[in-house]
Design a protein around this ligand. Sequence first.
Ligand SMILES: [Zn+2]
Length: 403
Amino acid sequence: MSRRAAAAGSQSSLREANRLLVVETVKRYGGLTQVELATATGLSQATVSTIVRELLAAGVVDTANTTRSGRRAQMVTLARRVGLAVGVHVGHRSMRVVLGDFTHEVIAEQSLPLPSGHRADTSLDRVALLVVDLLERVGATLDDVVGLGVGVPVPVDSSTGMVSVAGLMPGWDDVHVGQVLSKRLGLPVYVDNDANLGAIAESTLGAAREHDDSLYVRVSHGVGAGIVIGGHVHRGAGGTAGAIGHLPVEFPGEPCRCGNDGCLDTVVGAQALLGRLRNSHGVLALRDVVQRTNDGDQRCAQVVAEAGTAIGRVVAGLGVAVNPQVVVVGGELADTGEVLLRPLREAARRKVRLNPFVPLEVVAAALGSRAEVIGALALALRSTDVPLRVDTDEDVDAAAGTA
Ligand SMILES: [Zn+2]
């Protein structure tokens, strides 16, 4: 038996633990075949098959025929009637809300622009309205929702759901984001930094799905990283792990919102990039820079590429510290594709010579600009206990005992 399966105990508690292990594993990945479930849980295929059968009978999971490597297989997902969840991503200039189920499938979504320097009270009001609106669209109500995950572009103290570094998003300082939204909607709310949520999404559903150790680098109005070690996001003591936008890169440097000088954000943050384009292009928004770069504007492409090089140098250092199998790059600026990625990859690789046989792999986010909001949805789902209303019988006892 796998060390992840239950330790010796009574047959019924062992069976209960194995059933929970199967449900938690399906929940984590959204959907797995029975063979993949056996590999991921360490349970025997016979045990997985028995547990899936009883969970199916209890309406906790659904199964569907699929193929894997040309063979017929059964895909196991949690049943939609187990509940819906909401993912919310609040950025510096926009927000996105998605409604999804336990397969991590998005069934409705909506984006909204936000004013510069927006405040928590008005933005959270909009989130609450959007949630109700999306539920109406799919004929559901708040009673169908198990919880909300919320991502914000600043470090979060996960024990309080509050922004943990003052001054980075002034209108959100000292606000209990989780409490405010929870009171308004009457639902559990889980809050995290958006780069951490991108890391959750990409490491379970996206480009780093096959790896235990990975980095997710989010390049948008600011830069942040999610550090995944052994399959878990490393948040650090105060929730600021991965806040690479505030690593010092210039000495002396420009003053940063965080109170220090010469942070990476002062070199590659939106303000810096847009400032560099002001003489030639006038006042632009970050999305304009992405659009123009993709339309072939040489000057915009050059500014994006320079940002890629500066970020790549920091990623090289982080790569040495964490030794990930892959670095996944997402965020708005990653929509410029290789214009950002190539110089970032070259700078990251040039600096990492500790193991020349394993060059640092740098790839684009598989979930694109939705990684953060899908991660927020995943956070809500993985934070929710699935009710296991399962009747037992002797056959089930016997099969579980063979694990
Ligand atoms: Zn800073």
